[in-house]
Design a protein around this ligand. Sequence first.
Ligand SMILES: [Zn+2]
Length: 119
Amino acid sequence: MARNSLLSRLRKAWSIGDQLQDVKDISINDLPAELEDYPKLQIKHSTYIPERWLHHKRSHTSWICLHGCMVVKLNPHNHKQGSFWVCSKKCDMVYAAKATSSTSTHLNKIHILFKKEDD
Ligand SMILES: [Zn+2]
């Protein structure tokens, strides 16, 4: 899909699930040159971008990434405010990336999802 339609679709998306679905389709090569021009995720009045847009070579292989997206919070000046994990199951939950046990507990209790042996 053409970049412009993807970017405009993102601005219209409301739910976190829809937003995550849309950014999944945007490759690093489609992004504007400047961070301030990147399409942003709006989650609970805060602004985030997918972490993979910043750390091109770093990949999270943890099982929690199967059920959510690693994002970086930005302040209004586009300064990075740390990494977070956003649940992709339309429940609007955001956890600090370091809080993997909270994230696991959330997936276990709310979505009945568990780490498999080979994850
Ligand atoms: Zn959830």
